[in-house]
Design a protein around this ligand. Structure first.
Ligand SMILES: C[S@@+](CC[C@H](N)C(=O)[O-])C[C@H]1O[C@@H](n2cnc3c(N)ncnc32)[C@H](O)[C@@H]1O
Length: 240
C-alpha cells in the first residue's frame, strides 16, 4: 500500500519574496507537485511569480482553474475538479504544495479545496503574511489599536448598500477585490463623507506597488486586481 501524500496549503505572502516564511520556502523546495490557482487556463498566477526563483525543472507545476464567474454551479464544479486532481496525486503518494498569495485561509481558493477534499487525507497549512498586513506596513499606519474594531470584506459582495452600516459599526474597514466595483464604492465614500478617510494600496510590498492617498483621483481609473482599500471609517479625517 502506498503511503498517502500530504497537501500543503502554502501562503507565499503579499509579493515581496522576502516576506515568504522559512517554512513556506522549505516546503516549496521539497515538494514535487506545485499547484497554482488561476482564474483562466494559462492565466497569470501571482503566487507562482513570487516563488518562481525557488523552483527546479524537475518540479511539476499544475494549474488549477478557478474561474471568477457568477454562476455558483460552475464555480463549485471547478472547485470539486481541483480537489479531485489534488486527491489523485495524494493517493499516489505524492506531496502537493498549493500556493496562495497572502495567507491560505483568508479569502483564498485553498479554503474551497479543503472543503471538497476527501476527509482523512493529510493536510498541513503554512500561514502567510496577508496583503492586509503588508498594506498597513506600506502605510505606516496601525490597522486597529486599543478597543477599535476591524472588518474585512470582499468589495464584490452583493449589497454595496450595506457598506454605510459597516462603516458605522467598525473603526477600520478593509475592502478586498476592489478593482471591479471601485467607482461604486467611491460613490458610497463620497456620500458618507469618508473620501478623506480612505487609502488605496495597489500591489502592497511589490517593487512597483503604489499607495493612493487621495482616492477621488481614482474615479474612472482601472486598478490592479491586487488592490485593496482601507477605510479608517471612525477616525478623524486626514484633512480634518
Ligand atoms: C482572493 S483575495 C486573497 C487574499 C490573500 N489570501 C491575503 O491573505 O492577502 C485577493 C484580494 O486580496 C487583495 N490582495 C492580494 N494581494 C495583494 C497585494 N499585494 N496588495 C494589495 N492587495 C492585495 C486584493 O484585494 C485582491 O483582490
Amino acid at each position: 500500500v502506498t503511503d498517502l501524500g500530504t497537501l500543503y496549503g502554502v501562503g507565499v505572502g503579499p509579493g515581496d519574496p522576502e516576506l515568504l516564511t522559512r517554512k513556506a520556502e522549505r516546503v516549496i523546495r521539497a515538494t514535487p507537485i506545485i499547484a497554482v490557482p488561476v482564474a483562466s487556463s494559462g492565466g497569470e498566477s501571482y503566487a507562482l511569480d513570487i516563488v518562481r526563483d525557488l523552483l527546479q525543472p524537475e518540479q511539476k507545476v499544475i494549474e488549477l482553474h478557478f474561474p471568477m464567474v457568477r454562476d455558483l454551479a460552475v464555480r463549485d464544479q471547478h472547485r470539486r475538479n481541483a480537489a479531485e486532481a489534488i486527491t489523485t496525486f495524494l493517493k499516489a503518494g505524492q506531496n502537493v504544495a498549493f500556493l496562495t498569495e497572502g495567507d491560505p485561509l483568508l479569502h483564498s481558493t485553498f479554503g474551497y479545496v479543503l472543503h471538497y477534499l476527501t476527509p482523512g487525507l493529510p493536510v498541513d497549512v503554512v500561514p502567510g503574511v496577508s496583503s492586509i498586513l503588508a498594506a498597513s506596513a506600506d502605510l505606516h499606519l496601525p490597522l486597529v489599536e486599543a478597543d477599535q474594531r476591524l472588518a474585512i470584506l470582499p468589495a464584490t459582495f452583493e449589497s454595496i448598500e450595506d457598506l454605510p452600516s459597516v462603516f458605522h459599526d467598525f473603526d477600520t474597514v478593509v475592502l478586498l477585490k476592489i478593482n471591479r466595483v471601485l467607482d461604486q464604492v467611491l460613490d458610497v465614500l463620497e456620500k458618507n463623507g469618508l473620501s478623506n478617510n480612505a487609502v488605496l494600496v495597489e500591489r502592497a510590498s511589490h517593487r512597483d506597488g503604489r499607495v493612493v492617498p487621495d482616492v477621488r483621483l481614482l474615479r474612472g481609473a482601472s486598478v490592479h486586481y491586487l488592490s485593496l482599500l482601507i477605510v479608517y471609517s471612525r477616525r478623524r479625517s486626514r484633512e480634518g
